[in-house]
Design a protein around this ligand. Sequence first.
Ligand code: HEC
Length: 159
Amino acid sequence: MRLGKLMVPALCAAAALAVLAVVAERSSAEDAVIEQRHEAMKGMGGQMKIINAYVEKGEGDPAAVAAAAMQIQETSGKIPSLFPAGTSMEDQPGDNEAKPAIWENWAAFQAAAAKLGDLAGATAAAADGGDKQAITDAFTALGKDGCGGCHSQFRQKTS
Ligand code: HEC
């Protein structure tokens, strides 16, 4: 009988753990993709710094600029897949700045990602040409219309 009394709370605890496990599993798939897109975005931030160092301070060389721009172009193609439905800042609050507008205007979001790819390609082409003014102009457009063009519509900056 003493065992029987202990069994009930033990079963309740087991059931509660099972529920927690399901909740944790569900949010971890979404957390994982949110984490992945943060890494992808931060990676592009690093590439932009490399290009900026050349443009602003003459550090590095056009070949480094071209490599960084090509990386951004490659990442741009992955952006849509990093924003599956159900991962907006309202669906998954916390460390998440993805506005629901992304999924309400999915074609525009995809176009913004494609535009980033085009502008990154243009920056790489300018770097291949080696003309610093052309590189600077392409980089300015890349930041303003590429990154900024999407962020201004679809990212809710919280910090
Ligand atoms: C097609 C849209 C789009 C483009 C283009 C884009 N971003 Fe983002 N970016 C977002 C969204 C949406 C978020 C918020 C995502 C989140 O919090 O999950 C974000 C977040 C970020 C963050 C914050 C990441 C973090 O850890 O919270 C950085 C840094 C960033 N972007 C850099 C860039 C840079 C640099 C570029 C251009 C080279 C760029 N992004 C281009 C949509 C875009």
